[in-house]
Design a protein around this ligand. Sequence first.
Ligand SMILES: [Zn+2]
Length: 351
Amino acid sequence: MTTNIAGHEFQREILRRAAAENVVSHAYLFSGPDGVGKRLVALEFAGVVNCTSGGGSPSECGCGSCRKVEKGIHPDVAMVEFAGVRNIKVDQVRDEIEEKLYLKPFEGRFKVVIVDEAEKLNNSAQNAFLKTLEEPPPASIIILVTSRPGALLPTIRSRCQPLNFGALPERYIADVLAEKAGLPPDEAGLYARISSGSLGAALRLDAETMEWRRELLSALGGMSAGSASDIVSLAEQLSESASGDQARLDLAFRFISLWLRDIAFLKIGSGDLSNVDMKDELAALAEGIDVASLMERQRQVEKTWYDIVRANANTRLALENLFIKLARKQGGGPAPSGNPDRRHANIGDRA
Ligand SMILES: [Zn+2]
């Protein structure tokens, strides 16, 4: 379970030392992109603090405690996951997290509770959880794992020792994809770029998803601010395909965000694109838009994600509003319609 952790040597060394010198913190906040191995490092740490033979890595140490952590059956180590749940509520914090934390360790030195996707804790759940963070039970360690630390209250963040995890090298991801999924090098490289250093995200991609990305981004790129029907129908399609499937919605937001970043990169003359297969389209879009308005659009994408996922806004309406902003011609007027040569002007024609 904890095998094959790639990289993050610095973070793992900090944690190993804390365990060895007996200065572990009661609460940690592991943040960084999805799929880079934060959970695996958290599990490794849970193993190290409970190891009965000197605190090795569970995947290498053969002691009974490490073997249990490795198999996911250690009674003092809990991985709390809320798959398919958008908002973790107060009673779930009590039942799923605190109950586990307040039990004395059965056989290890520490009770370790890892809360994955901690950004899903809603505000009242976070407030309720604050008390536990302020006065944690003895011999307990809480590890909040998140790709969106900004969604946690500052009071929560300030009570945790932060540990940031960076993206994995693209080369490494491409190699794993070529090896595990048997992808040809070109495709493996593209998948790696689209995944922004997240092995987990890269492994979830497939040909169908990549095609969906192309269609979504091409539709956005070709969308004219004057064409309300295009905007409405794209919002409808996306909200339908993402209905009840938050992973799909998150993916769409990530694709849109990378797409805007690519356009900005072309704008400033950087060739470091994610969507390398769409370079010509992106270059056309980069004409006539400035970086500031691309950043404003990027902000709108973040905000819309937040509105839908955290504030429970109506998905289709929120997407419509977003697409109107993405398509809007700078200056506010409607983009010229009916002229195919100006199809891409919508993304930010300054004229
Ligand atoms: Zn051990």
